[in-house]
Design a protein around this ligand. Structure first.
Ligand code: SF4
Length: 330
């Protein structure tokens, strides 16, 4: 049965939820898991012409966020950052330009869910006007309506990063429907969507991994993938510990096989060699605020540079695309 599912996926046929669950169930380091990872790598290379991408995110602000996603350092309940702070326009522009100089294939601008939308658009226009016209910009913000999606597009964004997270509506105050509506609004406005099965914790059961994998496939993204939760010290979810990179490699491989060739990208975060070897062809560098970090400037703690990510890809035997992202190009 395993060989039949792998062949089906590699031929570009749709893998059913039951088959996805079957792939998730194999123990790590089994021969079957090795076969799944090998097939994932093959499919990723075919889907992306053997070219990996490094994207880079500028985190604009830190604020106790009322949406209270339990896994996020900005959640007000987690009391990590009790004082709000944000990059000045000059700092945000400088951070984006640095990533452009470093050769990032796309630059993301991230803000917490309650960051004023009009201000985000204004700042985005300033960033856009200071970058090369071909540099790809991606928005990573809270939920938005159709009109706001058009404003993002008109401000110069090629697409968005958005996800229905594991535990959505259970460990967050946002609903699955609201997250799906935002993804729909983005697509309707002509924005390209990138998503991911995240943030994976050790308590998540296979049924939920399957559910979120299918949701990610159905939102017609240009990349999917899998990322683990980084425990924020002192928070409720930290007691579950962290899923190993080895386990994440198996999970991201299954996600790769569950989505079709129309989804060329397979991401993982934080960047790691086992994940890249297993078929992840998209990694992120980060600067400024970071929902997985307790440090205000993540480049001083968890955030990796564009060069770090490129080096992970080299160790994972990937060639890195030079120039604007193909994942976010029409
Ligand atoms: S993940 Fe986003 S919406 Fe949730 S608490 Fe963090 S900033 Fe707010």
């Amino acid at each position: 049965m395993l060989d039949r599912i792998l062949a089906k996926s590699l031929q570009g046929e749709v893998v059913s939820p039951e088959e996805i669950a079957f792939l998730f169930e194999f123990p790590l380091f089994s021969e079957e898991s090795a076969k799944i990872i090998a097939a994932s790598r093959r499919k990723s290379e075919r889907a992306s012409d053997g070219l990996a991408e490094v994207h880079a995110q500028v985190g604009l602000n830190i604020a106790p966020c009322p949406k209270n996603c339990a896994f996020c350092a900005f959640a007000a309940v987690n009391k990590v950052f009790e004082r709000a702070s944000e990059l000045s326009v000059g700092e945000a522009v400088a951070a984006a330009r640095q990533f452009e100089l470093d050769g990032a294939n796309a630059i993301y601008v991230m803000a917490t869910a309650d960051y004023p939308f009009a201000k985000y658009i204004e700042l985005s226009q300033e960033i856009r006007s200071n970058l090369q016209p071909e540099t790809v910009l991606v928005a990573n913000v809270g939920d938005f309506d159709r009109k706001e999606a058009e404003q993002l597009r008109d401000a110069g964004y090629s697409g968005i990063y958005h996800a229905v997270r594991l535990g959505e509506g259970r460990v967050t105050s946002l609903s699955v429907e609201q997250r799906l509506r935002t993804l729909h609004n983005a697509r309707e406005a002509g924005l390209i969507v990138g998503t991911c099965v995240e943030p994976v914790g050790s308590e998540h059961r296979i049924e939920e991994l399957v559910e979120k994998t299918v949701i990610s496939r159905e939102c017609s993204p240009r990349f999917s993938g899998a990322a683990r939760r980084i425990p924020i010290p002192g928070t409720e979810l930290a007691r579950h510990g962290i899923v190993s990179e080895a386990r994440m490699a198996h999970i991201l491989a299954v996600v790769r096989l569950a989505v079709g060739y129309d989804v060329p990208g397979n991401c993982t975060h934080e960047p790691n060699g086992i994940g890249a070897a297993a078929g992840a062809n998209l990694l992120w560098a980060e600067s400024g605020s970071n929902p997985r970090d307790t440090e205000e400037k993540t480049e001083q703690q968890r955030g990796m540079t564009v060069q770090d990510c490129a080096s992970v890809f080299r160790e994972g035997e990937w060639r890195v695309l030079q120039g604007p992202s193909r994942l976010y190009s029409k």
